[in-house]
Design a protein around this ligand. Structure first.
Ligand code: GSH
Length: 206
């Protein structure tokens, strides 16, 4: 099995961490979808990473589909609860964290355009989503009320992986945002996540 992706994408990283937490072997093929030489559209008509290539050549995307697949094929280190209610809460956390990444990535891409072509309104709109997403994550983490709780309760899950990847991406691309100061509980969670080898080994580079 192969994973196609870049070393900076938070969505690719989420898949890498889930695979590592579950001890699933695969070949990692680095491909940056923004480069002219990219092969990604041959594997995903949307031209986005991550893409997971199965042994029979069939492809899976996007990251939410891939992690659901990985969690279902191996009983080791489940990252999603089986029960419908807690399971959907974990997926909700994932949607929130991924949404923050989507908005932040749109700002990053917009800011790479020549200044005259950039839309300040668009940047403001997407930056607003990053801030409101962070605020929601912080408030919802507070609701756990148990010291050192994970996002979805007492057990480490995909919710923590997705949130950790989003926080890392913001720190990597937008250090000036300083979310750690605004949200000390997310900062504490993030430090705990960084102690896991699966997070340490996949820090964004580039
Ligand atoms: N919802 C998708 C988002 C994937 C995504 O936006 N990937 C970015 C990299 S961070 C990408 O490949 N962008 C290339 C493009 O939009 O053309 C997922 O969860 O996999």
């Amino acid at each position: 099995m192969k994973l196609i992706g870049s070393l900076t994408s938070p969505f690719v990283r989420k898949v890498r961490i889930v695979a590592a937490e579950k001890f699933i072997d695969y070949e990692f093929v680095v491909d940056v979808p923004w480069e002219e030489t990219t092969q990604v559209p041959d594997f995903n008509p949307l031209g986005k990473v991550p893409v997971w290539v199965l042994d029979d050549g069939k492809t899976l995307f996007d990251s939410r589909v891939i992690v659901e697949y990985l969690d279902s094929v191996s009983p080791v280190g489940h990252v999603m609860p089986k029960e419908p209610r807690p399971r959907i809460q974990v997926k909700r956390w994932e949607a929130l964290a991924d949404g923050v990444c989507d908005a932040a990535a749109l700002v990053f891409v917009e800011k790479k355009r020549p200044t005259a072509q950039q839309s300040p309104d668009w940047i403001r709109r997407q930056t607003g989503k990053v801030h409101s997403g962070l605020k929601a994550m912080s408030e919802e983490l507070d609701q756990q009320k148990v010291p050192d709780s994970w996002c979805a309760g007492e057990v480490f899950t995909l919710a923590d992986i997705a949130v950790g990847c989003a926080l890392s991406y913001l720190e990597f691309r937008f250090p000036e945002l300083d979310w750690r100061r605004a949200h000390p509980n997310l900062s504490e969670l993030y430090d705990r996540l960084l102690r896991r080898p699966t997070f340490k080994d996949t820090m964004p580079v580039g």
